[in-house]
Design a protein around this ligand. Structure first.
Ligand SMILES: NC(=O)N[C@@H](CC(=O)O)C(=O)O
Ligand SMILES: [Zn+2]
Ligand SMILES: [Zn+2]
Length: 404
């Protein structure tokens, strides 16, 4: 493959080499750069957890060349000035392409809608109140109408707070055993059912964030069959972990939505394989060590994911034969690109040279001392995995390269 001016110029064997830089890909597999449509970079407001620089370096380390960042920041970028500053900072500090969701409502929690036209024009990729579900149906309906008008997607964090019951893990035998309050599946699926009805009537592109329950998979399957303009993501942790694996009160296993039952996890894998769930997104949610210590009752929700996603998914889905490598790469690159109309996700002549080189046989141990993220909150630390990201090329420039 030959790259000229940041774009793929030629693909083939024995390309004449007059270039000033050669990357030896012997033994490596080239994939289109990964795309994560759900990350939290915490800047501005929470830079003790992460910054745009460290978050984007973590993305490059994980093989991601494009990410879409969530707006649960301080200040919330719900106006032209704050969004403009954020977009500028994403551009100057990011070592990968950073797209940005703007919020749907002021401050994420009010029912005052943002100016969808102005924020879209400024460069928001779409709109999301991630971190908070939209509790009020009328607000969601209006947000969908406004988003549809400007041809922008809505990415929904789906959570009916009246059904959450102050829960911190999935409602089920583990919650009972540990004496912790549980979150029901219906807190997600009942709001999703509402949203799919509203999406059908507005025609908006409705993207369901971090789907975690079997009921949600079923609802999305039906909505797609009925022609609703819906896409959905699932996180690596909901695919690879369930609440039966939570053996003690450990905040590394606390995230929103929570790890569900083994049956739910199985439905997510089937839904991913049959196309009901379009893509994998990490929901990279860094927190400080203090925020992730003590009991699950009080710790923060969320885990990091950018630097471990490929290795974990390759080890647990591709190596055992559950999912072909090409499908995994589609779920991590081509599908998110198509869903969000990103000019990325394929390796072809003329495309921007966003390329990830994979060393599929390499065994490593998941070790946060090798990470760029400020967050070390992960339940996967210490696991041995097969397959790792070797080199990440963003618009023709090396954004990450392994040392060995
Ligand atoms: N997923 C989480 O557990 N936490 C996210 C918020 C979110 O994605 O809902 C965060 O911002 O920390
Ligand atoms: Zn969320
Ligand atoms: Zn999130």
């Amino acid at each position: 493959m030959q790259i000229v001016d940041g774009r793929i110029a030629r693909i083939g064997h024995d390309l004449a080499v007059q270039d000033d830089q050669v990357i030896d890909g012997t033994g490596l597999t080239a994939a289109p750069g990964f795309i994560d449509v759900h990350v939290h970079f915490r800047e501005p407001g929470f830079t003790r957890k992460e910054t745009i620089k460290t978050g984007s370096q973590a993305a490059a380390h994980g093989g991601y060349t494009t990410v879409v960042a969530m707006p649960n920041l301080d200040p919330v970028p719900d106006n032209i000035n704050d969004l403009k500053q954020l977009l500028d900072k994403n551009r100057t500090d990011g070592v990968v392409h950073i797209e940005q969701f703007a919020p749907m409502t002021k401050a994420l929690t009010t029912t005052d809608l943002v100016d969808f036209t102005a924020l879209k024009q400024l460069g928001a990729l779409g709109f999301s109140n991630d971190g908070k579900g939209v509790q009020d149906a009328q607000t969601m309906l209006q947000a969908m109408q406004d988003a549809a008008k400007v041809n922008a997607p809505i990415a929904a964090h789906i959570e009916d707070e009246s059904l959450v019951n102050h829960g911190v893990i999935n409602a089920g035998p583990t919650a009972t055993k540990l004496g912790l309050p549980g979150i029901s599946n219906e807190s997600e699926s009942s709001q999703l059912a509402r949203d799919l009805q509203l999406a059908a009537s507005t025609g908006v592109h409705y993207h369901a964030c971090h789907i975690s329950t079997r009921q949600s998979v079923e609802l999305i399957r039906h909505a797609k069959a009925a022609g609703v303009n819906v896409t959905a993501e699932v996180s690596p942790h909901h695919l690879l972990l369930d609440d039966s694996m939570i053996l003690r009160d450990d905040p590394m296993f606390k995230m929103n939505p929570p790890l569900r039952s083994p049956e739910d996890r199985n439905a997510l894998i089937i839904g991913l394989l049959d196309g009901t769930l379009d893509m994998i997104a990490t929901d990279h949610a860094p927190h400080t060590q203090a925020e992730k210590s003590g009991s699950m009752a009080t710790a923060a929700f969320g885990i990091v994911g950018l630097e471990t996603a490929f290795s974990l998914l390759h080890t647990h889905l591709v190596v055992p034969g559950i999912m072909p490598l090409t499908t995994l790469i589609d779920k991590m690159s081509g599908n998110p690109a198509r869903a969000f109309h990103l000019n990325a996700g394929e390796l072809s002549v003329g495309q921007v040279a966003d390329i990830t080189l994979l060393d599929l046989n390499k065994q490593t141990t998941i070790d946060p001392t090798t990470w760029y993220s400020k967050g070390t909150n992960s339940p996967f630390i210490g696991q041995t995995v097969t397959g790792m990201v070797h080199t990440t090329i963003v618009a023709g420039h090396i954004a990450y390269q392994t040392e060995d």
